[in-house]
Ligand binder design. Structure first.
Ligand code: PEP
Ligand code: MN
Length: 266
């Protein structure tokens, strides 16, 4: 039997006060580019998504790319750009850690550290973030069952860190022609019945196509999700990673307006 911590909410202190992920709190919106590309784009995106109502800025410094020849992220220099964007916008920062040896420097900048789908069962990484008090966003593995995912979360909890948020980002199915992955909406009620941990949906990686992102985000809200992660890029056509699934800044603004009547906003 699973034994979870008492926490049914994750409180994240940010420069602008605390943001709480959890069932009885407003929907938490995380937005930003797949990768941190340069200073101008990350600051501009941060300010614009904040203006539209986002609470966190996402942006990758270390990117887990399928091909070793694809853009791998700007690493440490991207972390310092995230630190600048954090100061300039007051937004909380969410960025991925891929390697145990990078955790200290990532945790210096990140208000929440992300463990990506490809590292969901990187047990040394799970144990290491578990030994800190830093909030952790644990994405579901590409083909992970709910039980494998919850057990991965359990590694973090068992190591002493109760601050875990679960993020469904689409799973492998048989048809990849029209969507990149298949968003498992049923994960929301299933997780609700199994765990107290807050639940996030990432419709960007789930669909792989910007045009489907708002619909799936709304479906997730209807199913009672606690948080959404949306990829946003000032010029998706020129993005160094995940352009096709990224909303433009204007698209994100429109999306936030359309979402607001659905409730659980401030
Ligand atoms: C990401 O959030 O940019 C990412 C790489 O996601 P995932 O691990 O879900 O593929
Ligand atoms: Mn991405």
């Amino acid at each position: 039997e699973f034994r979870y911590g008492e926490h049914s909410e994750v409180v994240v202190p940010t420069l602008n006060g605390s943001i709480t992920f959890g069932q009885n709190h407003p929907l938490v919106i995380v937005a930003g580019p797949c990768s941190v590309e340069n200073e101008e784009m990350i600051i501009e995106t941060a300010l614009r998504v904040r203006g539209a109502g986002a609470h966190f800025l996402r942006g990758g410094a270390y990117k887990p790319r399928t091909s070793p020849y694809a853009f791998q992220g700007h690493g440490e220099s991207a972390l310092s750009l995230l630190a600048k964007a954090r100061l300039a916008s007051g937004l909380g920062i969410i960025t991925e850690v891929m390697d145990t040896s990078d955790l200290d420097k990532v945790a210096e900048v990140a208000d929440v550290v992300q463990i990506g789908a490809r590292n969901m069962q990187n047990f040394s990484l799970l144990k290491k973030v578990g030994a800190t008090a830093k909030p952790v966003l644990l994405k579901r593995g590409l083909s992970a069952t709910i039980e494998e995912w919850l057990m991965a979360a359990e590694y973090i909890l068992a190591a002493g860190n109760p601050n875990v948020i679960l993020c469904e980002r689409g799973i492998r199915s048989f048809d990849r022609q029209y969507t990149r992955n298949t968003l498992d909406i049923s994960a929301i009620p299933v997780l609700r019945s199994l765990t107290h941990l807050p639940i996030m949906i990432d419709p960007s990686h789930a669909t792989g196509k910007a045009e489907y992102v708002p619909t799936m985000a709304m479906a997730a809200v209807a199913a009672g999700v606690d948080s959404l992660m949306i990829e946003v890029h000032p010029n998706p056509a020129k993005a160094l990673s995940d352009g096709p699934q990224s909303l433009t800044v204007e698209g994100f603004e429109k999306f936030m307006q359309e979402m607001s009547p659905l409730g659980r906003f401030f």
